[in-house]
Each structure stands twice: as structure tokens, then as C-alpha cells.
Design a protein. Structure first.
Length: 77
């Protein structure tokens, strides 16, 4: 893991990138400029979401997308 991957906010950035790219299956592959970056509210409130929690959320989103693609393929869609 590089120093960039360990920087504050890196896990939130990875999660948002996965969502924006369509990897999580719940969005078209296009950035959403109107959405506040993940972690913005927490940062404004003086707290941060633990990196482990963000990574856990990212992995769950990726698993859901993988399961949706698998189900769609088995249904012939």
C-alpha cells in the first residue's frame, strides 16, 4: 500500500471512485458533481469515519454489485 493509499480520506476517495465508476452496480459510470464527497460532513463536524469502516463499506458495495451481475447473467438479462 502506498503512502497515498494511507492518506487521510483515501478510503472515502476509493469508495466514491468505485461508486462513480459504476463498479458497485448502483450507478451509471459517471461522476456526480452535485454530491458532496464522502466524508465531508464528518470532517465538517470535527470527526472522521474510521478508515476500516469505509473499507468495509467499499467491500460490501463491491460484493453486492458482483452478486447483482451474477444474478443478472444467470437470468439471461
Amino acid at each position: 500500500m502506498s503512502d497515498k493509499d494511507k492518506a487521510p480520506g483515501a478510503a472515502a476517495a476509493r469508495l466514491r471512485a468505485d461508486i462513480d465508476s459504476g463498479k458497485t452496480g448502483d450507478k451509471v459510470a459517471f461522476p456526480d458533481p452535485s454530491a458532496a464527497p464522502l466524508g465531508t460532513d464528518e470532517e465538517a463536524g470535527g470527526v472522521t469515519t474510521p478508515e476500516e469502516a469505509l473499507e468495509k463499506a467499499r467491500q460490501a458495495e463491491l460484493r453486492l454489485a458482483q452478486n447483482m451481475r451474477r444474478e443478472k447473467a444467470s437470468n439471461g438479462d
